[in-house]
Design a protein. Structure first.
Length: 244
């Protein structure tokens, strides 16, 4: 479902991603871990074209983008619809209700009619446990509830893959569980997901594969039991020791 070949990205002189090859099969959950600054967020943002790599190739659901060539706006627009992004800080529109936040993408980007978009938004908000909150504004919601709106909004464009960028790291500890629960449900439904997180328990329980990144490279990857219990690389061992 997702494949990247030799993705490289730099900001000025700083090389942030170096020749990243990533494969994610349909219905699988890949969790990306690694120290702060290792390039995890940039990798996700490249998959969603919020950042454009200098070179390499990304394919999602049979559409390929070759960064060696100039990309058309149309190409970028259609590729961005392949993935739904959930941000650390929710990024909801403060002046829109939960329902309006979820309807926004389909109505303005995809030109879905409002009745249809509303029906789907209500379904999605119900799915994330917020049926009672559809007409409420973000400031009236807890962080966990706001993030669940964020997940419903990302799903509203019916993306092929869901990308989660540290979705629980801005939350008070008691609110983390409700967001992880929604994510677990999505995984169970067979959604293809790439999740950057520090929640190792979630990674152990839900991930099909864990990827450890450091200094813009994938250092090691494997099933959670192998990577967490029997890491091969020194850098992985060191990182896991620090966080345990
Ligand atoms: P991680 O998610 O692993 O913490 P990031 O992908 O956020 O890592 O960042 C990797 C490196 O790229 C960091 O050194 C960060 O400061 C730098 N970086 C990220 N975004 C930008 C940007 N827009 N401009 C300049 N440097 C950036």
């Amino acid at each position: 479902m997702i494949s990247t070949q030799k993705i490289s990205k730099q900001f000025g002189d700083l090389v942030v991603l170096k020749d990243i090859d990533l494969e994610v099969e349909k219905g699988k959950v890949v969790v990306v871990i690694g120290p702060s600054g290792s390039g995890k967020t940039t990798l996700l943002r490249c998959l969603n074209l919020l950042e454009q790599p200098e070179s390499g190739l990304i394919s999602i659901d049979q559409q390929s983008i070759d960064f060696g060539k100039k990309l058309s706006k149309k190409e970028i627009r259609s590729f961005r619809k392949k993935s739904g992004m959930v941000f650390q800080t929710y990024n909801l529109f403060p002046h829109f209700t939960a329902l309006q936040n979820v309807m926004e993408g389909p109505v303005t980007v995809q030109k879905v009619n409002k009745t249809e978009a509303k029906k789907r938004a209500v379904e999605l908000l119900t799915k994330v446990g917020l049926k009672e909150k559809i007409d409420v504004f973000p400031y009236q919601l807890s962080g966990g509830q706001q993030q669940r709106v964020g997940i419903a909004r990302a799903m509203a464009i019916d993306p092929k893959v869901m990308l989660f960028d540290e979705p629980t790291s801005a939350l008070d500890p008691e609110l983390v569980g409700e967001v992880l629960l929604v994510m677990k449900d999505l995984a169970k439904e067979g959604r293809t997901m790439v999740v950057v997180t520090h929640e190792m328990k979630f990674a152990k329980e839900v991930a099909d594969e864990v990827i450890f990144m450091d200094e813009g490279k994938i250092i090691e990857r494997g099933e959670p039991v192998d990577l967490f219990e029997r890491p091969k690389e020194e850098r992985t061992k060191k990182f896991l020791n620090l966080i345990n």
